[in-house]
Design a protein around this ligand. Structure first.
Ligand code: SF4
Length: 380
């Protein structure tokens, strides 16, 4: 493809026609409110459109303005974010909302947008082009793929140098009129047509200009990074009831700020049950007795793989329920008592849901056991 102004206009025109005819109807495409657009862009990082659409509307009905988000306690925001993963995004949203509320309005320049916590070049360009008409290319993974294929570049997809190269190639194509529509058109093409494994070149408006399509193997562009070897971390977790509630702590292992059953790292050669007993004693100042193995759970957070031995147990002596919802028991960790229903209203992660599901299944098995049977499997 030639790099002339005429060819740039040709690409933009083709994309604009294609986008008008094929774009998906998505709720955030009905607005150019910077708060709503910013939220959609942050939510869409690492998460699919199908998951995000209902969550975006729900988040906006709970925090309808940037001021409302700025005023909200972090735990409420994390609770609303539950299940979306990458919780640093929610914390950054909160911090950035405070900055915007303090300033009285969203910044209207790329530099101003990028100065907000958690806002990088991509988000600044997306929000800036859609809401304020800033002619800057928004370069995400979809856009890298489209441009590497269009120009036949077998570069490493995630390398910073590739991002810079693609940004330089994409910039002259961004029209002064409706730059946001153009950016969304490229991203939409990457999401719907120029897909990673099976690009539908026959349906692509750029087919006749595309070097990767001409090579006959478009899926080979750009180069995929070698998958990192995942690291497995062994943890032990304990679930204990007080009344009808479960004892939880503020998670410090997987996602800070979530409620979770206490988790302790098990190092090579250690017995999970012993680690749990010692950990419980340290955190809650009570002895854990009658341990029963519930399940071994697998859970992933980014590139980390967790293997979690889950036990249920009893505490040595009866303990009165906590009066305050969150209290420090003289240990380094805060503990909280919640019913399973209350847990779903607190900030919690996918692991907590797996723990609850395994625990319920285990209780159902225990209820069916003949009374005279023993306590089951010996904990290791
Ligand atoms: S022709 Fe094929 S490889 Fe090239 S941009 Fe279109 S879908 Fe992607």
């Amino acid at each position: 493809m030639e790099g002339s102004r005429e060819s740039a206009r040709d690409v933009s025109r083709r994309l604009a026609y294609w986008y008008r005819a094929h774009k998906r109807v998505l709720p955030w495409r009905r607005t150019n409110d910077p708060y709503a657009i910013w939220l959609s862009e942050v939510m869409l990082q690492q998460t699919t459109v199908e998951v995000i659409a209902p969550r975006w509307e729900r988040f906006l009905s709970r925090f309808p303005s940037v001021e409302a988000l700025a005023r909200a306690p972090e735990r409420e925001i994390l609770a609303e974010w539950s299940g979306l993963g990458y919780y640093a995004r929610a914390r950054n949203l909160h911090r950035a909302a405070k900055d915007v509320a303090l300033a009285g309005a969203f910044p209207r320049t790329l530099e101003g947008l990028k100065a907000l916590p958690g806002v990088g070049s991509y988000t600044a360009a997306a929000v800036g082009s859609i809401c304020f008409g800033i002619p800057e290319p928004a370069v995400d993974g979809n856009v890298v793929r489209v441009f590497c294929r269009l120009h036949g570049l077998r570069l490493e997809a995630k390398a910073p140098a590739t991002l810079a190269r693609v940004r330089a190639l994409a910039r002259p194509l961004v029209p002064a009129r409706n730059p946001g529509g153009h950016n969304q058109a490229v991203m939409e093409l990457g999401a719907l047509v120029c897909t990673p494994r099976a690009p539908r070149c026959g349906a692509c408006p750029l087919r006749t200009l595309c070097r990767a399509a001409a090579s006959g193997k478009p899926e080979g562009f750009p180069r995929r990074p070698r998958p990192a070897t995942p690291k497995t971390i062994h943890l032990v977790a304990g679930i204990v009831e007080r009344g009808k509630k479960i004892l939880l702590v503020e998670d410090k292992t997987l996602v800070k700020g979530h409620v979770c059953v206490p988790l302790f790292p098990v190092r090579g050669g250690q017995r999970s049950a012993n680690v749990l007993r010692r950990g419980w004693e340290r955190v809650v100042r009570r002895s854990a007795i009658s341990l029963e193995a519930v399940a071994t759970l697998r859970h992933s957070v980014l590139e980390r793989r967790y293997l979690i031995s889950l036990f249920t147990f009893k505490e040595e002596s009866p303990v009165p329920p906590l009066r305050r919802p969150l209290a420090a028991l003289g240990s380094e960790q805060k503990i909280i008592l919640l019913s399973p229903l209350q847990i779903t209203r607190h900030a919690h992660g996918g692991l907590m849901l797996k723990v609850l599901a395994a625990w319920r299944a285990h209780r159902a098995v225990v209820r069916r056991r003949p009374k005279e049977s023993g306590r089951g499997e010996q904990p290791r």
